[in-house]
Ligand binder design. Structure first.
Ligand SMILES: NC(=O)c1ccc[n+]([C@@H]2O[C@H](COP(=O)([O-])OP(=O)(O)OC[C@H]3O[C@@H](n4cnc5c(N)ncnc54)[C@H](O)[C@@H]3O)[C@@H](O)[C@H]2O)c1
Length: 467
């Protein structure tokens, strides 16, 4: 079935959805790629849509059912929406807001001169929204769709709307941040089958209103705070860019070796347990162990021996070192002198200490004169620590004094470490450590490197490394 046929089938399916009441009318500010597609697709869902733009060419084209951009299926939907009297346009944003229930904001947010985000269009759109809201006496929902730095919606947009309208967010009008994930070229198909729908809101009325709008295409949106939703959009795109650059660096390494980079990556992407999965993708402590540091160095070395530049892969060791230094700083900043480490191996369930990043932290603190105690259930007095160290001695010779001192630093159980120390550092996420740390919160300071608890404990003495 071609894309147009799919579109018609989808549209027909949507029309028979059993809505119990009228769909809210929607104004869309900014009729660029996002706004034009939203106008067409929301009309396709049966909403009355007023598209607004300062650019009269765009408003005229859309009002005539013509697409201002090249996008498969867009003109068809716009033409249908106009023919069904569901789409109209205006250059008067305030009028459009005053005459609708919900406003989507999709103005441009280009790069500013200093490399940040140019929010001028957002402020001018917010001001026009404020003007429109001043003329309304019913609840209105404003839905921010632009990609913006975290806190822009609440700190830039809302104050402008409130100042101009004299109204209060959360009472007179609601705010959602709803990131747009469409890909140009497949925008209509992405609207109909989104990779996810994220609704950032700080009150349920706002969230529920928007949830209902999206129900026909995604009945199960992810509801979160406005700041998380704003950040997700940036993080997604940085991740996509990371993937592109990573794959391209692999290609640059493979070509001079006459290795088929696509054969490599075809197998790479088939691994959805470790490669394309949540694994390794949560903020926490540095990577370590006997494989990752060694192989990152080896690939970096391979690339430079081939004369190939791979700045992404080459920067991994540096960013990993920064995480180790960050952990050391967090511990130092507690002001404690007696430090306890819960977990020594690079992960739980192994006695492999080779290039365990916590040894780097311990080593620095020992050199600075801190008192150290440690416990790891897998590491006992008879663990062959020296043998392990010999394997990595040439890459971390500075760790030798700490490795030699380990037998004296080891304690027999977690309780001994807690009894002796002013701060405990968690490096492994085990049930035993979770339970004991939870029972000691408020009594002993904690530097948590592994996100022990799904909710951040609200105790002054608790610090997470990235949360
Ligand atoms: N293009 C994409 O694929 C895409 C995908 C996801 C998110 N986004 C984000 O969505 C937002 C919009 O992107 P776009 O590509 O559609 O932008 P765009 O530049 O194509 O269109 C923006 C439109 O807003 C209009 N505009 C500017 N200020 C206005 C105002 N005060 N009142 C009315 N209209 C105004 C402009 O005339 C323009 O037509 C940006 O924040 C962008 O980062 C874009």
């Amino acid at each position: 079935m071609n894309a147009l046929a799919q579109l018609v089938e989808f549209e027909n399916a949507v029309q028979v959805l059993p809505f119990g009441h009228t769909r809210p009318s929607i104004s869309i500010i900014g009729l660029g790629y996002v706004g034009a597609v939203s106008t067409a697709c929301l009309a396709g869902l049966g909403h009355h849509v007023i598209g607004c733009d300062l650019d009269v060419t765009k408003t005229t084209q859309i009002a005539a059912g013509r697409s201002p951009i090249h996008e498969e299926g867009l003109e068809y939907l716009l033409r249908k929406g106009v023919a069904r009297n569901l789409i109209s346009t205006t250059t008067n944003v305030a009028d459009a807001v005053a005459n609708t229930d919900v406003t989507f904001v999709s103005v441009g947010t280009p790069t500013s001169e200093d490399g940040g985000c140019d929010c001028r269009s957002i402020v001018s759109a917010a001001s026009a929204i404020g003007e429109g809201l001043r003329r309304k006496d019913s609840y209105h929902l404003v839905v921010m769709r632009c990609s913006v730095p975290p806190a822009t919606t609440l700190n830039v947009m809302v104050p402008e709307i409130e100042a101009v309208s004299g109204l209060t967010m959360g009472e007179d009008f609601g705010i959602c941040f709803n990131p747009e994930f469409l890909r140009e070229g497949t925008a209509i198909a992405d609207f109909d089958a989104p990779p996810k729908t994220v609704i950032g809101a700080n009150d349920m009325r706002a969230a529920e209103t928007l949830k209902e709008v999206y129900a026909p295409v995604d009945p199960d949106p992810l509801i979160t705070s406005i700041e998380v939703a704003e950040t997700v959009k940036y993080v997604d795109n940085v991740w996509h860019a990371t993937k592109v650059c990573f794959a391209n660096e692999i290609g640059r390494i493979c070509k001079p070796l006459s290795i088929d980079s696509h054969a490599v990556m075809d197998i790479f992407v088939k691994d959805t347990k470790l490669n394309l999965s949540p694994y390794y993708l949560k903020p926490g402590f540095a990577y370590g162990g006997s494989c990752l540091p060694k192989e990152v160095r080896a690939v970096d070395h391979l690339a430079s021996s081939l004369g190939v530049e791979t700045p992404l892969i080459s920067s991994l060791s540096k960013t990993n070192r920064i995480q180790i230094d960050e952990a050391t700083k967090l511990i130092r900043d507690t002001g404690a002198r007696k430090i306890g480490f819960l977990g020594l191996a690079f992960k739980a369930g192994t006695d492999d200490l080779r290039e365990s990043p916590i040894l780097e932290v311990m080593n620095t603190l020992i050199e600075e004169g801190f008192d150290i105690a440690a416990y790891d259930p897998a590491i006992q007095a008879d663990t062959r620590v020296t043998e392990q160290f010999n394997y990595v001695r040439h890459v971390c010779p500075h760790l030798e004094p700490t490795v030699c001192a380990l037998p004296e630093l080891l304690r027999e159980n977690l309780h001994q470490v807690f009894d002796e120390c002013e701060v405990v550092v968690t490096t492994q996420r085990t049930r035993e450590i979770q339970t004991l740390v939870a029972s000691q919160l408020g009594r002993t300071q904690v530097v948590d490197l592994v996100h022990l608890f799904s909710e951040k404990p609200q105790f002054e003495g608790y610090q997470g490394i990235g949360w």
